[in-house]
Design a protein around this ligand. Structure first.
Ligand SMILES: Nc1nc2c(ncn2[C@@H]2O[C@H](COP(=O)(O)OP(=O)(O)OP(=O)(O)O)[C@@H](O)[C@H]2O)c(=O)[nH]1
Ligand SMILES: [Mg+2]
Length: 302
């Protein structure tokens, strides 16, 4: 399946919501007036674009209607799409560097999809012929280690894990050296999202990153924040908080398939300068795609 179809399938709920709204709003005479624009602004806010983005889009539509005189549904949709693409900017896919250890550290609060994403990434890179090692640096919960081992078994990848409650820094130390010794192409580090409190979480994350950088000075290290698209504007807040604690190389937006809230991608893009690199469009190992603005925007409309 091509990237457009993946987005189309995954974003079905958001599309249904947005398209039905446009059709209903324009049903009367097929052209947009001020009242309809207000209503569509509400639709965008309901799809989680945030009010700033919704207002920016509608202001653009208003200006274009005034400038060109066009106000038909097709015209309005095309103005909206163009503005959305402008907000999202160009595609910024993450690709591995050859002949080098690529280390990916996954950060994020609990339940966003870090462990699942680690498993999905593992499959993606193994399928492209890379040697991948997973590191279970979430030692807080026993289930977390088992969950990562499960993904490792499924893909046939080695998982470096210690006992529950052990020092995540030690796991990372071992994993980095295993990756170097075994000449792995990719090391994916899964971290904890649930600790005693937020301060602990940030401190532990900083320690994991510090040890990784110290032990693998020649590796290319990417720090990615995994955010759950269904948590609404919290996703933006999390991106801002983590980006203060570390330098994020990208955001991975998960669960875009889950409800009609795909607009959060626009809010993240507009309110942080962190590139959205990948999207989670389901729970299966194959459901991780590069985030590509054009198919994303196209799939929001019918
Ligand atoms: N629908 C859907 N579900 C997803 C996606 N990604 C993850 N999930 C589900 O979200 C739930 C939480 O995923 P985990 O990978 O365990 O999240 P986590 O960030 O590791 O959570 P903690 O380890 O508790 O911090 C699981 O039930 C996953 O199957 C996605 O893209 N779409
Ligand atoms: Mg986890």
């Amino acid at each position: 399946m091509g990237i457009f179809d993946r987005f189309r399938d995954g974003l079905g709920k958001t599309r249904k919501f947005i398209s039905e709204s446009i059709t209903r709003i324009a049903a009367g005479m097929g052209s947009f007036d001020e009242e309809m624009l207000d209503e569509f602004e509400m639709t965008l806010v309901s799809a989680d674009t945030g009010s700033v983005v919704a207002m920016r889009i509608i202001d653009k539509v208003r200006a274009e209607i005034k400038r060109s005189g066009g106000s038909g549904q097709e015209f309005v949709v095309s103005v909206i799409k163009t503005e959305m693409l402008d907000i999202l900017g160009p595609a910024r896919p993450y690709s591995l560097e050859d002949n080098k250890l690529n280390i990916i550290i996954l950060a994020g609060v609990n339940g966003t999809g870090k462990t699942t994403t680690a498993g999905k990434m593992c499959l993606r890179y193994m399928r492209s012929g890379k040697k991948v090692i997973l590191a279970a640096a979430d030692t807080f919960r026993a289930a977390a280690i088992e969950q990562l081992k499960h993904w490792g078994d499924l893909n046939g990848a080695q998982v470096i894990a210690h006992e529950t409650g052990s020092d995540p820094g030690a796991v990372v130390y071992d994993a980095v050296h295993a990756a170097i010794n075994r000449k792995a192409d990719v090391l994916i580090i899964d971290t904890a999202g649930r600790l005693h409190n937020k301060k602990n979480l940030m401190e532990e994350f900083a320690k994991i990153e510090r040890i990784t950088r110290r032990e693998a000075p020649d590796a290319r290290i990417g720090v990615f924040l995994v955010v759950d698209a269904t948590t609404g504007q919290n996703a933006v807040v999390q991106a801002k908080i983590f980006n203060e604690a570390t330098v994020l190389d990208g955001v991975i937006l998960t669960k875009l398939d889950s409800n009609a809230k795909g607009g959060i991608a626009l809010a993240v893009a507009a309110e942080t300068s962190i590139p959205i690199i990948m999207a989670g469009l389901g729970e299966r190992a194959e459901d991780l795609v590069d985030f590509e603005p054009e198919p994303f925007v196209d799939s929001l409309f019918g």
